[in-house]
Design a protein around this ligand. Structure first.
Ligand code: URA
Ligand code: SF4
Length: 206
């Protein structure tokens, strides 16, 4: 059984460079079979904030970097507007391979399931150990539920500072996923609320 989770592929006490390299060979769940490559987190080891999304999308899968597609562009703008320096942020995903369904020539994003989320968690835990951020920011409910438990509701608690049970001692703020802002009917309002949450992130660090 090659697909018994990522733990066996994670080198102990490794820095980000070594972790990234090792993550390329991860067969911890089935997703590596169809995706192009592992998309590991990016950003400085000295980052004060770790932001965690859901999983790489089509563009990320092809280009090899997290948040380089439309959702990433919106996140970049919102971070700038909230006054958060990208250099203070380490950006990663809950699941590190793109999960999709093929429809003709298009690859349609599929939400990762419990099995894949649990399988991939050792990579995120290793990233946290390497970066030791002051704050974790969950972008969307997949990340929020993975970190804060399955009963956590982003809609009820967005923008609020909460304590993470696991790993303990980390302050966490959850907000919506930038892709949900792009899909919103009232995009301007959704964007303004997203920026307002990010301003709370900035305030929590000062
Ligand atoms: N959405 C995510 O959650 N992560 C990415 O890297 C890109 C889009
Ligand atoms: Fe490994 Fe995560 Fe990719 Fe699954 S999704 S193969 S656990 S890196």
């Amino acid at each position: 059984m090659a697909e018994a989770g990522a733990a066996q592929y994670v080198p102990p006490d490794a820095d980000l460079g070594k972790l990234r390299e090792a993550s390329r060979d991860c067969h911890g769940c089935d997703l590596y079979r169809h995706a192009t490559q592992t998309i590991f987190g990016e950003g400085p080891a000295s980052a004060e904030i770790v932001m965690v999304g859901e999983q790489p999308g089509d563009r990320e899968d092809r280009e090899g970097h997290p948040f380089v597609g439309p959702a990433g562009g919106l996140l970049d703008r919102a971070l700038a507007e909230a006054g958060i320096d990208r250099e203070r942020v380490y950006l990663t995903n809950t699941v590190k391979h793109f999960k999709f369904e093929e429809r003709g020539k298009r690859r349609i994003h599929k939400q990762p399931g419990r099995t894949e989320i649990v399988a991939c968690a050792p990579w995120f835990e290793a990233e946290l150990r390497a970066v030791q951020p002051r704050l974790i920011v969950c972008l969307g409910s997949v990340a929020a539920k993975a970190i804060l438990g399955s009963s956590f509701r982003v809609t009820a608690h967005r923008g609020q500072l909460v304590d993470a049970p696991d790993p303990p001692g980390h302050a966490v703020i959850a907000t919506v996923h930038p892709a949900s802002v792009l899909r919103a009917t009232d995009r301007a309002a959704a964007y303004a609320e997203f920026v307002a949450d990010l301003k709370k992130v900035r305030a929590a660090l000062t």
